[in-house]
Design a protein around this ligand. Structure first.
Ligand SMILES: NC(=O)c1ccc[n+]([C@@H]2O[C@H](COP(=O)([O-])OP(=O)(O)OC[C@H]3O[C@@H](n4cnc5c(N)ncnc54)[C@H](O)[C@@H]3O)[C@@H](O)[C@H]2O)c1
Ligand SMILES: [Fe+2]
Length: 344
């Protein structure tokens, strides 16, 4: 480890976390002087009662709301263009994303497109497109309704090409939310199969971030605590959800996404093409790969696996015991994820 090298660590997002945090949204908008939000969500969430209550609450408080929900399960470029057209056509002053990773990614991509009108994929991070993200972006607020991607605290959006389905990553620190309202009550009705799959995404983020080679001891600490929270709460959140398990999963999800600024690994590298080619849910794609990807990672990282085993509260601290834990853990929730195959 070279301690003469200068590094940068970023943890900039304000997170209002806790049961009922959503009630702070209207007072916050008023305090900041915003009256006309564009709200981005997905078509299923738009029909759920908690979403309707949020919108009604905003209307009761005198806000003019426009809702954009015309998006795909694995969002595509034309979703982003349509949402931006609604922004252009209505007189909006801020952007609110409410939903899981899909809705929040579309919201973030619209945020980028509002003041960056080249082809969306010119900003693809893989080809260095982040350097073109130079203009200001509107005020952005995120409200998660799943506990998995942690996209609410992220700075990237995953959007697929309409025709090739190839996933592109739009990335810029400018795309961070100014504030997150993380209310576990909004996740209480999340169906078991989505809870299971999104929870496995959160576990994968924490484990892969911890193993990523970059030097980031702060992210390492967050990732270890994140995986501990998943190990003690995901089963309950799936099988017998209560506010404690839902709260811990929401925290673990945000911690995973904060930690993976350090990097991800082979499990996500395999999950992305699975989702692109077969439209598999992102969390499910991670879940089917994680035991095998982690086994592939053990050699040379025995010490790190030992620390993960401790965080997961395993008696044996060998790499193999972590793999066995993953197979057992998936065994508890697998039956629930089967429903996702039909969902995808
Ligand atoms: N930006 C990032 O850092 C990042 C990281 C990982 C994944 N992703 C992306 O996130 C997406 C997956 O996100 P996800 O796992 O959150 O799933 P999702 O957003 O696809 O949501 C899954 C389903 O759950 C429903 N749902 C959401 N909240 C609900 C609630 N509270 N109650 C009932 N139903 C609810 C949705 O309508 C949807 O049908 C993928 O597109 C993936 O590419 C982004
Ligand atoms: Fe992920």
């Amino acid at each position: 480890m070279d301690f003469n090298q200068i590094r940068q660590f970023n943890f900039p997002t304000i997170i209002r976390f806790g049961a009922g945090a959503i009630k702070e949204l209207a007072p916050y908008l008023k305090k900041e002087g915003f009256l006309n939000p564009l709200i981005v969500t997905d078509p299923q969430i738009a029909e759920l009662s908690f979403f309707k209550i949020i919108i009604q609450d905003l209307k009761n408080n005198g806000f003019s709301t426009e809702i954009f929900s015309d998006i795909h399960k694995n969002p595509i470029k034309s979703d982003v263009y349509k949402g931006t057209e609604l922004w252009d056509a209505t007189n909006r002053d801020c952007l609110i994303g409410i939903g899981g990773g899909a809705a929040l990614d579309v919201a973030r991509a619209i945020l980028l497109r509002i003041n960056h009108r080249e082809d969306l994929f010119k900003y693809d991070d893989l080809i260095g497109g982040d350097v073109y993200v130079i203009n200001e972006v509107p005020h952005f607020i995120t409200i998660p309704t799943t506990a998995g991607t942690g996209s609410e605290v992220g700075r990237s959006a995953i959007i697929s090409d309409d025709i090739t389905h190839q996933k592109k990553i739009l990335f810029s620190p400018k795309l961070l939310a100014k504030i997150v309202f993380a209310d576990p009550l909004l996740t209480m009705e999340l169906p078991a199969f989505i809870t299971a799959a999104t929870g496995m995404d959160a576990l994968t983020h924490n484990m892969e971030a911890f193993l990523a080679k970059n030097f980031h001891p702060m992210c390492d600490g967050i990732a270890l605590e994140g995986m501990r929270l998943v190990s003690e709460s995901l089963e309950n959140a799936v099988i017998n959800p209560d506010i404690v398990s839902r709260s811990k999963m929401l925290l673990a999800s945000m911690m995973g996404a904060i930690a993976f600024q350090k990097g991800l690994g082979v499990v996500h590298s395999l999950a992305h093409p699975l989702s692109s080619l077969l439209d598999t849910h992102h969390g499910l794609a991670n879940a089917v790969n994680i035991p095998y990807g982690m086994r592939f990672n053990i050699a040379g990282f025995e010490d790190r696996f030992g620390r993960m085993a401790q965080a997961l509260n395993l008696k044996n601290t060998s790499g193999d015991s972590v793999i066995q834990f993953l197979f057992n853990f998936l065994g508890y929730i697998n039956g629930y994820m089967k429903d996702l195959a039909e969902f995808s």
